[in-house]
Design a protein around this ligand. Sequence first.
Ligand SMILES: Cc1cc2nc3c(=O)[nH]c(=O)nc-3n(C[C@H](O)[C@H](O)[C@H](O)COP(=O)(O)OP(=O)(O)OC[C@H]3O[C@@H](n4cnc5c(N)ncnc54)[C@H](O)[C@@H]3O)c2cc1C
Length: 474
Amino acid sequence: MKKKPISIQELDAKKRSASFDEVVLGYTEDEACAEAARCLQCKNPVCIQGCPVGIDIKTFIKQITEGNYAGAYSTIREKNNFPSLCGRVCPAEYQCRKTCVLTKKGEPFASEAAINVHFLERFIGDYGIQHKLGGQTARDSSLAEKKVAIVGAGPAGLCCAGELARSGMRVVIFEGLHKAGGVLQYGIPPFRLPRTILDEEINYLQKLGVEICPNIIIGKTKTLEELFSEGFSAVFLGLGAGIPGFLKIPGEELCNVYSANEFLTRINLMSAYQFPKYHTPINIGDHIVVIGGGNTAMDAARCAIRLQNMQGMKPDTTICYRRTEIEMPARRLEIEHAKEEGITFRLLVQPIEFKGSENGFVHTLSALQCELGEPDASGRRRPIPQEGSDFDLPCDQAVIAVGLGANQVLTSVTPTLKTDKWGDIVVDPETMETSIPGVFAGGDIVGGEGTVIEAMGMAKRAARSIVEHLKTKQ
Ligand SMILES: Cc1cc2nc3c(=O)[nH]c(=O)nc-3n(C[C@H](O)[C@H](O)[C@H](O)COP(=O)(O)OP(=O)(O)OC[C@H]3O[C@@H](n4cnc5c(N)ncnc54)[C@H](O)[C@@H]3O)c2cc1C
């Protein structure tokens, strides 16, 4: 008889939507063992193909069933530096769970029956933190004299740093912000990724000897050439896609129309949700409209409704998305959580104008209703606005979450660094080397917005090439 998937404990929706406490509570030991016991231990474990860093999923799950949690931790760490983190944010329904044989063929996402690999990974990652496991030592002492600079402390930069430090070389990360983590620090809210977990994963790198230098913007504070003249033998660029996209519609310049980047950075990096204990404030409207259907939109809306609740306001947060729910790129779990927390979904909606009062503040969003047409270049069905379907929504605060572009601070002052028409860095896809010898890149700055684990996959490939480069070409 097929065993039922073990569901995960979560905070009650009403309580959690008035706090920034972590929503998903994780498996207990018994629950993790019961879920692991459902794994079929396939001869050909196709789940591994769904993992961008190739974790040996079959083995670590078997180790859980044997009670060998330390072994499971080593198996995961062999491929993934940040199991507690990935276990919380990976869109497993598009990745390892989708390729699990328990997912029915042709399903757009993983079936419910698929093994909850991400929750098991989280269980083991947290076990490793609680039991102070980890800290593999340097593999190759011949590289001890080599020094590599990493630009950007997001998942790509952190992962590349970890791989290189484990290879035995000196690694220094330069980060423009005052805290490491990239989107994990300024974008993803603590109710999805507690900062204690992020700190633990970063501490692990520091224990490996990685040095992190915050508040340094490469391309402004110092140039790429200066890094080489300071003795770095190679550089990895993990600059991310930190530039917000906009709708380019009238009224977008009105007060209280935020980019999701600014909204989330104020709340998450600068702790505006704890204002006035922390100094950064954030405006919170009576009728908040978030535009977009990705993780950024879900995060912005879920922060917004929490702040309305925390300030004793009547919660009124709406997500407007121009396609239907199935086309939403957000993780399925975030969509479910957003609905449970009381966020209204207005689908097939195309914003056309923000209207404001004389004092310059937004009060209304005008929009058109859409229908879905043929698929576009993204493979998703194109939204077609319907003539005469215009309507108004009360909106005294808007958050635009319609995509992010390349951060060009460094590329714009480094003409020999080849970029494409979107400003992303061009690399050799096998080696991740850029047009400048000895300079490698990965993560969202290569190929645009992706996922944490995809950024880490590219960073690992780059790290292998850097080791090769330092051994053969230096
Ligand atoms: C709100 C939000 C929610 C998301 N949710 C998920 C999720 O649930 N699951 C998932 O898998 N993915 C999610 N993503 C996508 C994921 O976070 C990104 O794909 C990932 O962070 C990319 O990693 P990165 O290291 O390339 O870039 P980033 O995380 O953007 O990090 C880049 C870092 O480089 C620094 N930097 C840039 N230029 C310079 C410079 N010149 N000098 C010094 N430092 C510099 C930046 O300050 C930043 O810290 C989300 C993205 C957003 C915005």
